[in-house]
Design a protein around this ligand. Structure first.
Ligand code: SF4
Length: 186
């Protein structure tokens, strides 16, 4: 199977890539994350993702970092908490692009690791991906990357490859939320 996997970062994708490559799946990681802010953080996560792909034998492709276009999409939702409506829009934008890229480049299916972290609602990601499937026509492969020992594998690979694990989801609003919560906990 020729599979395109939308990834947000190396830590969330490491177990999925290892698992799939070991099973003989032809994996291409798509890095399309216009949500990440600031640009230096985007670069850091992208480089880490590329390094991981090299280590594990997956292909890597990147689409442009269009943060202004992303900001327009989430306009009016800036103050929503992580997990709410802003994230719906963010997931839909990125997954639609992944479904489109997969169709244009003749992948059998697309998947994503956006719901890997226990902090994420995997069903919210699956719903956005199914919408992208309807709109772009590329079948979505809904997987859980937390079951069957994959969470343990993830932690082991993060340690083995010394992967950079960021403190906030990605956008400037999640960064502010993280900093506020951190201050309150001091
Ligand atoms: S918190 Fe994460 S998923 Fe939600 S809008 Fe920001 S970057 Fe996207």
């Amino acid at each position: 199977m020729k599979l395109l996997v939308l990834s947000c970062c190396a830590p969330c994708s490491c177990a999925a890539i290892k698992h799939l490559v070991d099973k003989g799946v032809q994996v291409t990681i798509l890095f399309y994350n216009p949500n990440i802010f600031p640009h230096a953080e985007y670069e850091r996560r992208r480089k880490e993702q590329q390094k991981l792909c090299r280590y594990l034998g997956a292909d890597f492709v990147e689409l442009p970092y269009e943060h202004e276009a992303w900001r327009k999409q989430v306009k009016g939702l800036e103050d929503k908490p992580e997990g709410a409506e802003r994230c719906d829009v963010c997931f839909r934008m990125r997954l639609k692009q992944a479904a489109r890229y997969a169709r244009q480049h003749h992948f059998d299916r697309f998947a994503s690791v956006l719901g890997t972290s226990p902090k994420k609602d995997a069903q919210q990601v699956h719903r956005a991906a199914h919408q992208a499937w309807i709109e772009e026509g590329t079948p979505y492969w809904a997987q859980s990357w937390r079951k069957d020992g994959l969470s343990e594998l993830r932690m082991a690979l993060i340690e083995e490859f010394n992967l950079y694990a960021q403190q906030y989801c990605g956008c400037e609003f999640s960064q502010k939320e993280y900093e506020k919560n951190n201050q309150n906990n001091r």
